[in-house]
Design a protein around this ligand. Structure first.
Ligand code: FBP
Ligand code: MG
Ligand code: MG
Length: 313
């Protein structure tokens, strides 16, 4: 039995998507065993961005690399690897991944995930990924939460699948996700308030003023610390997410990485009817210049993202 219902997946891409799902289901089983298995949240080193690596970051990276190699993928770029890995000579696709997103939540049983972006392989390893986000042929995330979910796009809407624990295969739950145009919730790491730029502070203050302010309605606040969980909530019931640039050293372009976090999430969000920008410019119009480069990231309900752009004007 394939690891995902093939009905809505382009045939050419099916082996790659099936490998991502097979691996995702295995990662999900390891996470579900938690402390009964190996110490998933233990620190084991540092990645090229200087982030601490947890045991599960490294394990998930190895598992996705092996799965994609088995599916004939040409190039694999990962948050956990300094350089692009060449997997299978002559392979058609290049896959970038954040194998384990939300590492700080591994030990506390809060939703974590895997994010991936797929391009057709280009002339060389780096050129396969350093290109406009609009050239992605597919993107998705797997959310390891109360349910194990997969959101997936091929540029014709965003599909939602759920891993059926009875069969071990992802089944279609929603053929076309639709992100509400108006938002009732916003998400930003509020502990960085003193470092924000004036437009970001102005947006948050508008939300805080609620019904008594210019906005004329109340906004609720949420911060999980897992981009995958945050994106899934916003795709489901609307909202906005901001990880802007701020005045901390090293945060000139925010925290999130363009190639394997920002670009794939932007593709999924826009295909569900939302907007995704760096504060002003649509992410899908941007091109990464370096594999691990960061980008300020703002996405979510259309009306809110437009308001944030206006405040930056
Ligand atoms: O530490 P902060 O500022 O809350 O940042 C949280 C953000 O960092 C991330 O955890 C980065 O991802 P990784 O766990 O893959 O490094 C995002 O999932 C999340 O949105
Ligand atoms: Mg991440
Ligand atoms: Mg990660």
């Amino acid at each position: 039995m394939p690891a995902i219902d093939p009905a809505h997946i382009p045939a050419k891409l099916f082996p790659v998507i099936d490998a991502l799902c097979t691996t995702g289901a295995e990662v999900s089983r390891i996470i579900a065993r938690g402390p009964l298995g190996q110490a998933l949240g233990a620190g084991v080193g540092e990645n090229s961005d200087g982030d601490q690596q947890k045991a599960l970051d490294v394990l998930a990276d190895e598992m996705f690399e092996a799965g994609l190699r088995g599916a004939g993928v040409r190039y694999y770029a990962s948050e956990e690897q300094e350089e692009v890995l060449s997997l299978v000579e002559g392979g058609t696709y290049a896959v970038a991944a954040d194998p384990l997103d939300g590492s700080s939540n591994i030990d506390v049983n809060v939703t974590i995930g895997t994010i991936f972006s797929i391009f057709e392989a280009a002339g060389d390893a780096n050129a396969s990924f350093l290109r406009p986000a609009s050239e992605q042929v597919a993107a998705g995330y797997i959310a390891y939460g109360p349910q194990c979910l997969l959101a997936l796009t091929f540029g014709e809407g965003t599909q939602l699948y759920v891993l059926d624990p009875e069969t071990g295969s992802f089944a279609l739950a929603e053929a076309k996700m639709s992100l509400p145009e108006a938002a009732k919730e916003f998400s930003i790491n509020a502990s960085n308030r003193r470092h924000w730029t004036p437009p970001v502070l102005a947006y948050v203050e508008e939300n805080e003023a609620g019904a008594e302010g210019a906005k004329g309605r109340n906004m609720n606040f949420r911060w999980v610390g897992s981009l995958v969980a945050e994106t899934h909530r916003i795709l489901t019931r609307g909202g906005t997410f901001l990880y802007p640039s701020d005045a901390r050293p090293g945060y000139e372009s925010g925290r999130l990485r363009m190639v394997y976090e920002v670009a794939p999430m932007a593709f999924l969000v826009e295909q569900a009817g939302g907007l995704a920008t760096d504060g002003t410019t649509p992410i899908m119009a941007l091109t990464a210049e370096k594999l691990h480069e960061r980008r300020p990231f703002v996405f979510g309900s259309r009306q809110e993202v437009e308001r944030i752009t206006e405040l930056h004007g």
